[in-house]
Structure formats: C-alpha cells, structure tokens
Design a protein. Structure first.
Length: 129
C-alpha cells in the first residue's frame, strides 16, 4: 500500500478515538449512556466509573496522538516510541473487541463491538505499515 493510505488511516483512527473520547466525557458527566459501556450495568455511571471514563477519554486522545505521530501527521512528539505503542494499542483494541462481543449488554454488543472492531482493523493496518 502507498504511504498516503496509512497517513489517512491514522487520521481516521484519531478521529474515531476523539469521538469515543467525547462519549467517555459524556459518561463522566453523568449522561445516561452507561448501557453502551463498561458491561452496560448502569444507565448513569456511579462516581468511580465516571472518573474512569474521564481517564479513558484522556487515554483515547493520547492514543490518537500516537497514531498521528507514528505516520508523521504530527511531528512534535518525536520522543514517543510509536512503533511499540501502536502495537500495544492495536492488541488492546483486539482484546476490547472480544470483551465487547461477549458483553451482557446488547447495546454494548451491537454498538461498541462494530466500532471497536473497525478501529482494531484500521490500527492493525497502520501497525503493519
């Protein structure tokens, strides 16, 4: 594949991570979307899980930065070991996809599994570049 494709894929991945980060912030703010995340046990997440959602949002934004840096869309975080980090993130997304697939929450299975699997495939493509 041409290098430009990986550049575009990293942008798409970063955008996906940003949207999921927004979703996590909404969860952290108490918006009743909890059935789509963390096993779907709560409509509104309890305080401890809201804090985790906020931390997840920050991690997701960092993950997007890693992919943008890896394909040189960004060139300001040269100290990041992106070759390792993109693989760690990709493996995590693969495991997350499986976790979403076996969730007891139908909403999490039907919404988050496809989203996670698409992100996993795109990240795998970038990782293999």
């Amino acid at each position: 594949m041409d290098g430009d494709i990986f550049y575009v894929l990293s942008i798409i991945v970063a955008i996906m991570f940003a949207f999921i980060a927004v979703f996590q912030v909404l969860l952290a703010l108490g918006v009743p979307l909890g059935e789509f995340a963390m096993g779907g046990f709560y409509k509104v997440l309890p305080i401890k899980l809201r804090i985790i959602s906020f931390i997840n949002a920050i991690i997701l934004l960092f993950m997007g930065v890693v992919f943008l840096q890896h394909t040189n869309f960004l060139n300001i975080f040269n100290f990041l070991p992106t070759n390792i980090l993109v693989w760690v993130i990709t493996v995590y997304l693969g495991l997350n996809t499986i976790k979403n697939l076996i969730s007891k929450s139908k909403k999490e299975r039907y919404v988050m599994t496809p989203l996670s699997s698409i992100a996993f495939i795109l990240c795998l493509m970038v990782s293999l570049s």
